[in-house]
Design a protein around this ligand. Sequence first.
Ligand code: FAD
Ligand code: ZN
Length: 468
Amino acid sequence: MNHTLLNALRDALGPAQVLTDGDLSAYELDWRKRYRGKAAAVVRPGSAAEVAAVVKACAVHGASLVPQGGNTGLVGGSVPDGSGTQVLLSLGRMNRVRQVDAANLTMTVEAGCVLQAVQEAAAAEGLLFPLSLAAEGSCTIGGNLATNAGGTQVLRYGNARELCLGLEVVTAAGEVWDGLSGLRKDNTGYDLRNIFIGSEGTLGIITAATLKLYPQPAAAGTALAACPSLEACVALLQLAQARLGAGLTGFEVMERFALSLVEKHFPHLPRPLGPSPWMVLLEQSDTESEAHAREGFEALLEAALEAGVITDAAVAESRAQSQALWHLRESIPLAQAEEGLNIKHDIALPVSRIPAFVASTDAALRTAFAGVRLVNFGHLGDGNLHYNVQAPEGVVADEFLAAHEASVNALVYDAVLAHGGSISAEHGIGALKRDELARRKPAVALGLMRSIKRALDPENRLNPGRVL
Ligand code: FAD
Ligand code: ZN
C-alpha cells in the first residue's frame, strides 16, 4: 500500500474520512455483484475543495480515482478495479440542497444528494423534479448525471441531461469549474456541461448541479392495459400520444414472462388483470383534477378497446392503486435478480422498429440457445427496451453466462444495429460494454471521444478503463 498517498489523503480530509480497514464491500462490490474491486482507500470528501485536494494528491502519488455516488450503476463503472491501487471517491457526504429558486424553476444541489431527497426538496416548495427511477432511494444526482440516467418519465421530461442546466465539476487537474448556471439559454462557446454529463466519471468529478424544476401537476393517473401483441402496444402508444399529448408522462411495456417472474417471486403483489401477452402501464399528469385525468384515460381506453388495440384495462382509483401498479413494473428487475444472474441489454430502437426487432431476435435467440428465457420490458414510449436473457430453466446461470454471454451479446447487438438502434440507452458503458463500444462505434466517433478524453484527462487518472 502507498503510505505517502494515504498520508496525503489524511492530511487533505482528516483521518476519519479515509477508510482502509473493515468491510468496504458497500463501496467495492457493484449492485449486480458482478464486479468486485479492491480500493487503496475509500475517501469521503465534504466539499468541492476537498475533492480537488484528493485529485491533486492522487496526481502527485500517481494514483487513479473512481468517483462513486449511490453505487447502483448497472455497467460496472462505479467500483475500483482489483489492483488495490485506485482511490474510491465517494460523494455521499456532499448531500446538501444549496438553493431552490422557485421563480426561476431551478434548484442547486450537491452531487451526493440522493435522488429521492432531491424530489422531496422540490416537492416541499410545491415543485416537481421529474427524474424518477426504481433506484431513486439510493442513487445520487451526481451518478444520475454521470450516467445520463433515464427512468420512467423521459417521454415527457427528458433524461437527466435534459433536466440539468449547470454543473460544478472538479477537473482531472484538480481545478474547480463553477458552471452552476440556471440559464435556459447560454450560447457562449462549447457546451462543457454536456461533455461531462454521461461521461461516467471519466472526464471530471461532478460536485454539484443546477436542475430544472416544473410545476407540480394537479393530478396524476395510472392505467394498466392488456395488449394482444407488441404491434398493438405501439398502436396504443400512438393513440395515447394523440389523445393525451404532453399529459402522457410514462408508457412502459411488460412481456408476459417478465410479469410471471414477479408473480413467482413476489406472489403477494396484486394482479389487477388476467394474463396477457403484453401489458402496458400508462401514466399521465393532468393540470385540472384526478377526475379529469380518469376521464381522459377512460375515453382513451374505450377507443383502444374498440380498435382492438387492447383487450382489457384497469384505471387506478387512488394513489395507493397507482403505486401498486408501478410496484409491479418496478419489481421486474428485482424478480429477475431473484431468478438468477442474467444477461442485460439496455437498448434503444426507433419505436416503429421495435416489434420487428423483438420478433426476429426472440426467434434467433431461441434457435441458437435452446430453452433460453427472454425477459423483455421497458420504456416503450422512449424506444428503450430492457431486453434481458435468462438461462434455461434448471441450467446454472453462472455456467450459462460463462459459456454463452459473448455470443448472446453478439447476436443481440448485431440485431440492434441492423435496426438502427443503440447498444446503451440509459445505463451507460462502464466496464461492461467498453469492448462492445470499441467494436461497434464508428471509428470517427471513437477518435473524437479519445481526443476529448486526452484533452480533459491527459494522465488517464479518472475512472481509467471505463467507457473507452
Ligand atoms: P454510481 O453507481 O455510484 O455511479 C455510476 C457511474 O457514474 C460510475 O461510472 C461512477 O464513476 C460515475 N459517477 C457517480 N457519481 C459521480 C460524480 N459525482 N461525478 C462523476 N462521476 C460519477 N438507470 C436508468 O437510467 N433508468 C432506470 O430506470 C434505472 N433503474 C434502475 C433500477 C435499479 C433497481 C437499479 C439498481 C439501477 C437502475 N438504474 C437505472 C441504474 C442506476 O441507478 C442509474 O444509472 C443511476 O443514475 C446511478 O446513480 P448512482 O449514484 O448510484 O451512481
Ligand atoms: Zn430502465
